[in-house]
Design a protein around this ligand. Structure first.
Ligand code: BGC
Length: 384
């Protein structure tokens, strides 16, 4: 750690100890100090309960370790307070860089501000940190593109692009209301689907979305913390409008595989007469290429998932860390505004995955392609 940073860190540490003494906490003790003089990258992931963040965290940790730096990896169990305390811990340990995939993009602001005051660089990982100047870089995937993939899958499957007029029944979901990404995913999808609502070609029997719905209303159909169970109970209550299955369900816009699983569980659990593999079963989208989703795609339960190869994201973020630690310029491709500043950003490409890669859209690949890339094994997804 550089001398100027030691001084800043000591200052922040002192402030932290003083403030913690007031609230009778045991954190901030000197035992959490860094033990050697290697630079430390501290990774704060939002939760261990979702497959992707575990993959992301471990991949990034290994890559940074291989580059010769110390790494700490923590998971905040989807709790704002836990993530803030993890970041304080990073400051106390004298981290040089903190990589944060935030649970709540706004709530994490004060914690990263303390980190910046201590001279620590802050990288927003996958999710943008909002409403603060204290974010140096943002590395993620093309956000709206997720929604574009999902909407186009539905449009193609229902033949809307070929002039089919339906009307088709669809249910729409968005991700967690505290995740900035969720809005962008929906924006990409809604801009493509809204004109069909306008025409009456798409309708939502639950009444949750009408033609007058706007992107800014996205939190009205959000699923708190992206939780499968919450998606399941929300879908169960929406299914009440389907009269035991006599009203058809043609498609479900789901922004994440966990939500898709909740939707599938609801349809199966409520004994709807729609059979997997038949024309009655809805086209269901998703995101993350989770193992369960890839098997569900092979079985015909889920139609599509958007695959963001988290190994690429980890590699890019590891590169950024090394550039920072080597005092080199970090090359970014664009900026993303976080309500306060334009954050220098890098946005990677995603792909769409269907069972056999069937789609007119370029960059749609098959489940086998994901397996062949080594992201998951054939055994995990039931391909062997
Ligand atoms: C990520 C998605 C993920 C979701 C739920 C979002 O911020 O970008 O890839 O599906 O969180 O974890």
């Amino acid at each position: 750690m550089k001398t100027w940073k030691r001084i800043l860190t000591a200052g922040v540490l002192l402030t932290t100890i003083v403030s913690l003494a007031g609230c009778n906490s045991t954190r901030g003790s000197s035992s959490s100090q860094k033990s050697n003089d290697k630079e430390l990258v501290y990774i704060s992931m939002p939760t261990e309960a979702e497959e992707r963040w575990v993959k992301d965290g471990n991949e990034l940790k290994n890559q940074i370790k291989d580059a010769g730096y110390d790494v700490d990896l923590t998971f905040a169990q989807d709790k704002v307070e836990q993530q803030n305390s993890d970041i304080e811990n990073a400051i106390n340990k004298g981290a040089d860089i903190i990589v944060v995939a935030s649970k709540d993009g706004s709530a994490v602001g004060p914690a990263v501000e303390k980190a910046r005051d201590a001279g620590i660089k802050v990288i927003a990982y996958d999710r943008l940190i909002l409403d603060t100047e204290a974010v140096d870089y943002y590395v993620t995937f093309q956000l709206e593109k997720t929604g574009v993939w999902e909407a186009n899958y539905i449009i193609e499957k229902l033949g809307l692009d070929k002039g089919e007029k339906g009307p088709f029944n669809i249910e729409l979901f968005t991700g967690s209301a505290d995740d900035n990404n969720a809005k962008y995913f929906f924006k990409g999808a809604w801009e493509l689907l809204q004109p069909y609502f306008e025409e009456g070609v798409l309708v939502s029997p639950s009444g949750k979305v009408t033609k007058d719905f706007t992107v800014d209303d996205w939190q009205d159909i959000s699923i708190d913390s992206w939780k499968m169970e919450k998606a399941q109970s929300e879908m169960e209550s929406r299914l009440a409008k389907y009269n035991g299955g006599s009203v058809s369900l043609d498609a479900v816009l789901s922004p994440y595989d966990g939500i898709s699983k909740g939707v599938i569980n609801a349809i199966e659990g409520q004994g709807m007469p729609w059979k997997v593999g038949s024309a009655d079963w809805p086209y269901i989208t998703g995101q993350d290429a989770m193992v369960t989703a890839l098997s569900d795609i092979l079985e015909g339960k889920q139609g599509e998932t958007v695959w963001k190869d988290t190994r690429e994201l980890a590699t890019k973020v590891a590169e950024v860390c090394v550039e920072i630690l080597d005092g080199k310029d970090v090359e970014t491709t664009e900026t993303m505004n976080n309500n306060v500043v334009d954050v220098p950003s890098i946005l990677l490409d995603s792909k769409s995955v269907t069972k056999n890669g069937e789609s007119d859209a370029k960059d749609t690949i098959s489940v086998k392609d994901v397996v062949d890339s080594g992201y998951v094994t054939a055994k995990q997804v039931g391909l062997e």
